[in-house]
Write a protein that binds this ligand. Sequence first.
Ligand SMILES: [Ca+2]
Ligand SMILES: [Ca+2]
Ligand SMILES: [Ca+2]
Ligand SMILES: [Ca+2]
Length: 228
Amino acid sequence: MTMKTMLVLLMCLLLCAVHSDGKPTEKKSHVIHGVPLSEREHNDDENYDYDHEAFLGNEEAETFDKLPPHESKRRLGIILEKIDVNSDDVISEEELKLWLKSNQKKLISGKVDERWSEFDSNKDGLISWSEYKKATYGYLVSPQDEEDHKHMIFRDERRFRMADRNRDSVADKEEFTAFLYAEDYEHMRDVVVQEMMEDIDRNKDGFIDVDEYLGNKHLLTNKQTVTN
Ligand SMILES: [Ca+2]
Ligand SMILES: [Ca+2]
Ligand SMILES: [Ca+2]
Ligand SMILES: [Ca+2]
């Protein structure tokens, strides 16, 4: 078995363990549900692009696509050594999870960087609630528009305040990442659960019945993050 075949098998095995179906994100709020390990489509019948990017990171995957086979094999060897933290020549599930988690963090960090200037209008390196609100809801002009989006704005502000851990009313990069990718942060769990309850409990009786559960199952299972 070649190293490349081994790698593909390893990736399939462990990606199956760490990700589930990728249904579209619910548009009820701006919290990002489930961070994909790659932006490419995951379809192993067609190709392994998703797995490659998840495993290598998007920039590295692009570089690998252009390399001759002997060079990609050499570089894969180096990467495998990096993943094998305890150097026992075996890559454990835990080691691969750590590796994927670190790639996922880099992907998220890149995405936050890409969007930062959209929100930080006064360029002070911090994002205030009013900057976020203006950039996100500034297009709402009529009082009716505002009224229609009142609940969404309320939810965003509640999550923004929760992410603002030092309570200085502005978000630094870490805080803003927790705001956007709340599901990945322990201290954001309460607000994530609260938002999910609000989305799923349609009749607002404080419980989730079977119909409500079945109708919103994707909200509860749409996880592509690497979990412990
Ligand atoms: Ca090892
Ligand atoms: Ca600012
Ligand atoms: Ca803050
Ligand atoms: Ca209910």
